[in-house]
Design a protein around this ligand. Structure first.
Ligand code: ADP
Ligand code: MG
Length: 392
């Protein structure tokens, strides 16, 4: 794989760069709750500033659906960036049009202009080429550092590349190199999957199955397999139409031997109490909310053999105290093994939250900011944001 890296540019000259970032941070009433996505983007920004470019930065925030909605203004993000960089960040509430063009024309080398939420413009969501061209006309080159939206066909990551030369930002490049260590793994590869939505995770399981030695399934994801096997799952969370996703992992009634399901679980009973039970003994009014201790020990035996590990999706409803031991145990095992003999990659919003609860995230080789885009990439599905930047 070849990545068109920023580091390949030799003559920077007095250029204007349009940098697409993903600073889609949790934010309410102007308060930012977690700024790791902004911090993760600083390396590319500092690199570009060191080249004395004029820098235009744009992100989306939430999903205002192509309409202006002050609750989704990215002004607080621009302010946080200004603080993190200790240098002025100008702000434009217009995204395209004569006003922002004037701002862009006035920018001096080393200055930054931050644009309002890209998703205030309907053209962003429809990958409109007129809108993409308007964005591109602000700059000489385009840099995509927004891996987390690169699975979307949207103007600021897709169509814009039709108009000006496009490069990968440093974060995007690092993310891709980490993902490629999973796609071409040092073996044995152990894949750990949990969380909720089977639809978003099945392509990844299918894509990694040939190269993986084991795929350990926990969380609500496992319920879909149990249901397919016609085992009772009580009132557990399950995707209603998951059979077609799950079917491909079975030959007749036999599950692919590489796929390992939980052998015990922690359930919530009718009275709301947590209880540990063996598999297949759940009552009608009970729900599976975590993997049990025998499953933790079973999964540990595979994790301990891994040379490459990828983990996405909590093992249970870890937001509740009684149902977090599975996720925390797996997090510790992944961290410990990654610290030692294996290469470890962890991704997914909630998965990272669970890993952080152990205080061990720095032991893991790579923590991806990509979210759903990581699943898409590892599932070998289309990534419109990478066209013209990455070639086979
Ligand atoms: P990520 O964001 O890391 O990719 P997902 O979004 O797929 O993960 O799923 C995370 C959510 O799944 C968590 O909020 C967790 O509470 C929920 N979850 C996991 N296992 C279960 C379960 N057995 N029952 C109900 N919810 C579960
Ligand atoms: Mg999630």
């Amino acid at each position: 794989m070849k990545i068109k890296s920023l580091r390949q540019i030799r003559n920077w000259g007095p250029r204007t760069v349009f940098l697409r970032v993903d600073f889609n941070v949790p934010l309410q009433n102007g308060k930012i709750f977690e700024d790791y996505k902004i911090v993760a983007g600083l390396e590319t920004i500092n690199f570009l500033l060191s080249k004395q470019v004029r820098l235009i930065i744009a992100t989306h925030l939430g999903d205002p659906g192509g309409q202006i909605d002050p609750a989704y203004s990215v002004r607080p993000i621009a302010r946080r960036l200004q603080k993190l960089l200790s240098r002025p960040v100008k702000f434009s509430s217009e995204i395209s049009g004569p006003k922002v063009q004037r701002y862009a024309d006035k920018l001096q080398p080393g200055e930054i202009l931050f644009l309002e939420n890209l998703r205030f413009c309907p053209g962003e969501l429809t990958n409109d080429s007129t809108f993409a061209q308007a964005l591109s006309s602000l700059a000489d080159i385009y840099v995509n550092d927004a891996i987390a939206v690169s699975h979307r066909r949207q103007a600021s990551v897709a169509a814009i590349k039709d108009f000006i030369p496009a490069y990968a930002g440093l974060l995007l490049e690092k993310e891709l190199l980490a993902f490629n260590r999973i796609l071409k793994p040092k073996k044995p590869l152990v894949v750990i999957m949990g969380g909720a939505k089977i639809k978003t995770k099945a392509p990844l399981i299918a894509s990694l199955l040939p190269s993986a030695s084991y795929i350990l399934i926990g969380g609500a994801l496992a319920n879909n397999f149990f249901k397919f096997q016609k085992l009772s799952i009580g009132r557990s969370l399950v995707d209603e139409d998951s059979a077609k996703e799950i079917k491909k992992f079975f030959t007749g009634p036999r599950l692919n031997k590489k796929i390992i399901l939980p052998c015990d679980m922690v359930i919530k009973n009718k009275k709301g109490q947590a209880k540990c039970i063996p598999a297949q003994s759940i009552g009608r009014d009970e729900s599976i909310l975590d993997i049990g201790p025998r499953t933790i020990s079973l999964f540990a035996s595979y994790i301990k053999k891994a040379a490459t590990i990828v983990w996405n999706g909590p093992m249970g409803k870890f937001e509740e105290d009684s149902f977090r031991q599975g996720s925390l145990s797996i997090a510790r095992l992944v961290a410990a093994r990654s610290q030692g003999a294996a290469y470890g990659l962890v991704g997914g919003g909630e998965t990272i939250e669970a890993l952080k609860l152990t205080g061990m995230p720095e032991y893991v080789d790579w923590i991806s900011t990509a979210g759903g885009a990581m699943l898409t990439y590892l599932g070998r599905e289309e990534m419109p944001g990478l066209d013209k930047i990455v070639s086979k």
